[in-house]
Ligand binder design. Sequence first.
Ligand code: GLU
Length: 474
Amino acid sequence: MNYEKLAEILFPHITKTPDDYEKLYPKRELPEGAKVTRLGPSPTGFIHLGNLYGAFVDERLAHQSGGRFFLRIEDTDDKRYVEGAVEVIINSLRFFGINFDEGATMEGDIGGYGDYTQSHRGEIYQCFAKKLVAEGHAYPCFLTEEEIADIHSKQEAEKANPGIYGKWALSRNLTMEEIEANLAAGKSYVIRLKSDGDMSLPEDRIRRFQVEDAIRGTLDMPVNDQDTVLLKATGIPTYHFAHVVDDHLMRTTHVVRGAEWIPSLPIHVELFDKLGWEPPVYCHTAQLMKLDEEGNKRKLSKRKDPELSLDYYRQEGYHPQAVKEYLLTILNSNFEEWRIANPDAPAEDFHFTTEKMSSGGALFDLNKLNDISKDVLVKIPAKDLCAFLIGWAREFRPEILPLLEGHEEYIEKILDLGRDGKKPRKDFICAKQIFEFISYFFDDHFVIEDSIPAEVSDEDAAEILRKHLETYDH
Ligand code: GLU
């Protein structure tokens, strides 16, 4: 088979070469040891605690080392795309103090390694798919959905692993004439990796590889044997291909991502290898877990746990500093100790390391967040707390804004009640709860919690209150 000819037939419109892109995106000039990290959220409209958790790791790794941290929008799954989601991502992360050095912004891209939106990078992916085809490492696969379903049932019957690989990869060995005939007939096709792993070998002969994960240590896994889809029929890449091409060309040094990607690591390692590139350092973060009512650990779920969504913290009015402080305690096992020794230092002074991250599952506990929040809020001056409360009310409780705005001096006094002295009150958690706490200062929100018992007459009640006032010492 003349692979070069095949590549030309499949990608006649791709005129740039891989070398052109290597020159366009040269190695970054950064100090020795500087890390380049990225956050690659998908614009699904839902931004969650896991994104923020990962973003803190990225941000710390880059900024502690004098490196770069960028935002890439991973919108290759158009079925999940939600209008306005990019804005939500950028705003939520900014609210929590995550600032990018480059990447996608609402005003367009910043930085020399863009475009930072995957859907705008079609030609780049196709150029590298063309290279793989030209070298015999990828091929067009014309299998229809029905044919794939049929393969799947045969595999079930034979108790073989599911997927397109080895003898099941029916388009692998098509001749040039067959391919040309399929193309002429307008048959739709995807580009698949021609994997050279072979899982049908006896277990002790299956090749394995090792990768040093910065959080988990050595990962030892069997090599990939799946002819994974690289480009879909629309020419849009899959996550696997986009990850490899982008993180190479954007010169990412550390890929921080959720543990759910570990099973596809063999695909990524094979792709880096076939493309002749050095893979980045992988940092697979732990899944966020919680204890359920029965005391069992389980994954935080979008459906069951509102606290998984970052919106939850904004709506409740958690102060970003409290959320950050809390995430650091679950991110690094030695943070709490450091905090006790350095009660007033800014969190940025803490030296964060991937080695101190748990790999087994990070336990998220709302009560603990609340406790930390109390400690954080007690240190925030009433003036700033008042401004924060007003900002929260403007966004989430506009009906109470008139009670706060324009009355700052009064609110600050209320917020400062009992906050000085040796044992300041530490019961403020979040804006919503603070407003409930102080609502008795506002006539429209005054709620009688203990009404006068039925057996007390009005006159007696008045007398009791009079006597109370006589002895009351503010
Ligand atoms: N777009 C992927 C996700 O949202 C990003 C994973 C990665 O960081 O590589 O899960």
